[in-house]
Design a protein. Sequence first.
Length: 266
Amino acid sequence: MRLDPAKLKQARTRAAMSQERLARRCELSRKSIQRAELGETVRPETAALVAAALGVALDEIRLAAGGAEAGGERPEQRLTLRRAKSGTRVFETLAQSYAGRIGCDVEASGETIGPLTGLVASLGRLVADAWGRGPMIPPDLPMVDRLRIIAELNDALRALERHGIGCFIGHYYRYVVAGRGAVQAPGDAPGGPVMLARIQLSDCPRDALQVTIDQQWSSQREGAAAPPAFGDDERFVFLESRPPLTPALEDTAGEVIEGAFSVRVA
C-alpha cells in the first residue's frame, strides 16, 4: 500500500509531530515513516497505524490504484440488510456478534410504539454496543433459554409485520490491530475477526435494504470501569476482512465488505 506523500506530511504537520515522534507513537522505525513519506510501498498494518496515530481515516492519506488520490473519491461502503423472517436467524446472528447497532426509521404511532419498543428491548438484551466484551449470548446457553428467546423474537417480528414494519439484519467483520501491528481479537481465537451486526427497523416493503456501514466502534461501553483485556497498549485500528478469512454464518454472501482499512484511535 502507498500513502500520498503530500497528504501524509500535511497530516503530520497538523498533528505537530516530527518523524521521530510519529514513529514512537506507532512503535515503528523512523525509516518506516520516511518510506511512507517518500510514497514507497508500506505494509497495510503500517499505513493503518500511521493513520491512527495522526487521527485521520486512512482513505484521507492513501493512494488509490494507479496513484490517484483516494481521499474523498471512495464511495461510502454499504451493507445489504435482509428482512428477518425468523427469530432463529436473528438469534444466530447476534450469538456470533461482538457488538451491534440498532436503527429505526419508522414514524412511531400509538399502534406501533408497543411492538417497536418490545422488539428493541428484546434485541438490546442480546447485543452489546461495544465489542470489547464479546457476544452477550453465552455459547453454553441452555436449550430451554434459547427456545424462549427465539419464541420472543418471533412474536415481536410478527407483531411488527402486521403493521408493515420489518426487521432488517446484516453483519460484517473487522480485525483489530494493536501495538506493533499484531492482529488481535477478543475471545478464544487470537487474530480472528470481530463480527459486527447491523439491525434496522423499517417500513420498507422490500426484502432487503442498504445502510452505510459503521467505520468506528468503541472497545468499551461508556461509563464502564474496566478496560478491555488487550494488554497495556490500547491503541488499535480496525482492519476490514477480505473473504473468506474465517467462516461465520452460511448466508454471508454479499455481506462481507472488502476495501481499504478503517481506523479508530482507542
